[in-house]
Design a protein around this ligand. Structure first.
Ligand SMILES: Cc1ncc(C[n+]2csc(CCOP(=O)(O)OP(=O)(O)O)c2C)c(N)n1
Ligand SMILES: [Mg+2]
Length: 324
């Protein structure tokens, strides 16, 4: 059996790449070439790392408005992601979707959508298709703590509890829906994962600051869904560092305390993984510099590619308007 630390190197690379990609998006956003609204996952990269470890290429995934980390963790193409943000024809959605509408069928990333909760029944539908096909895939649905407040969440959970499908719900609980903390939106003595368990779906709770525990639980969750072809709900507590929507900080709005933000930043899972790798001599500072350099080079090429790509032609506006 693999030791948890054996996963650290790979998860570090994936998380570091997501962090650097999003930092570059944040830095370049002011140039007005990315005109789509953008929701960054800086601080929340662990989920992107986890799926890169345990999901297979042909497992389905479907995401939300905050999708970059999921897309990259699933193996989505970086050049196509940046081009999509630039609205170019080389984008993963041919420049028509922008940041919130990513798709890469080559890696079974089946889409992302801005309407909170609307991806959930689609993900369960994908899981149902797996059941009909009798394949060994699973369907992974990303959702935030805010989408628990949508009716369709309950319908979808109920459906898969009654007619079991290989569905993995991954709920990133970052404590906020836009600027409203969860204790003002949901009963504070009700835990999301406990509620879902009571609806008939096996549930896990993990804290992104406890990396070993999170990796072990996530691995167990994926194994359970795959082997039993039954749903699992995986809640992970995490924290977004940037503003809800956009490339900047939003600390001046005072909807969350400086202390809260700085405590989460101090416990940064990416930094923590780096520390463990250094302490155990699994990476050196020189190797970290090389990794950073390699990723930054890849990112620069992706931005250059996006800049040089063409916009979609106006007369192609009707193409791909409907799914068939
Ligand atoms: C049905 C619907 N209601 C409201 C919104 C506006 N909205 C966009 S993102 C968001 C917050 C969602 O919070 P959460 O699910 O926790 O995701 P997070 O932004 O924290 O990642 C809201 C309310 C929307 N897009 N769709
Ligand atoms: Mg949230």
């Amino acid at each position: 059996m693999k030791n948890v630390i054996d996963y650290y190197k790979k998860i570090y690379y994936v998380m570091k790449r997501i962090r650097l990609v999003e930092e570059e998006i944040s830095k370049n956003y002011k140039h007005q070439k990315m005109r789509c609204p953008t929701h960054l996952s800086i601080g929340q990269e662990l989920v992107g790392g986890l799926i890169s470890l345990f999901l297979k290429k042909n497992d389905f995934a479907i995401s939300t408005h905050r999708a970059h980390a999921h897309y990259l963790g699933k193996g989505g193409d970086l050049k196509a992601l940046i081009s999509e943000l630039y609205g170019k024809i080389t984008g993963c959605s041919k420049g028509r979707g922008g940041s919130m509408h990513l798709i890469d069928k080559k890696v079974s990333f089946m889409g992302s959508t801005a309407i909170v909760g609307s991806n959930i029944p689609i993900g369960v539908g994908l899981a149902l298709s797996i059941k009909f096909d009798k394949s060994n895939k699973i369907s992974c649905i990303f959702l935030g703590d805010g989408s628990i407040e949508e009716g369709v969440f309950f319908e979808s959970v109920n459906f898969t509890a009654v007619k079991p499908t290989p569905t993995l719900f991954i709920c990133e609980n970052n404590n906020y829906s836009v600027y409203t903390p969860i204790h003002l939106r949901q009963p504070s003595d009700r835990k999301i994962y406990e509620m879902v368990e009571s609806l008939g779906v096996k549930s896990f709770l993990a804290d992104s600051r406890d990396i070993n525990d999170t990796i072990i639980k996530f691995k167990k969750a994926v194994k359970f869904v795959r082997e039993n072809k039954q749903p699992v709900f995986f809640e992970i507590t995490t924290y977004r560092w940037k503003e809800h929507c956009g490339p900047n900080e939003d600390d001046h709005l005072k909807y969350r305390s400086e202390k809260e933000l700085s405590e989460w930043k101090k416990a940064d899972p990416l930094k923590e993984i780096e520390k463990v790798l250094l302490k155990n001599h699994l990476l050196t500072n020189i190797q970290i510099k090389k990794i950073t350099h390699k990723i930054k080079d890849e990112i620069a090429k992706a931005f250059d590619y996006a800049e040089k790509s063409e916009f979609p032609k106006f007369n192609s506006v009707n193409i791909d308007e409907y799914a068939n």
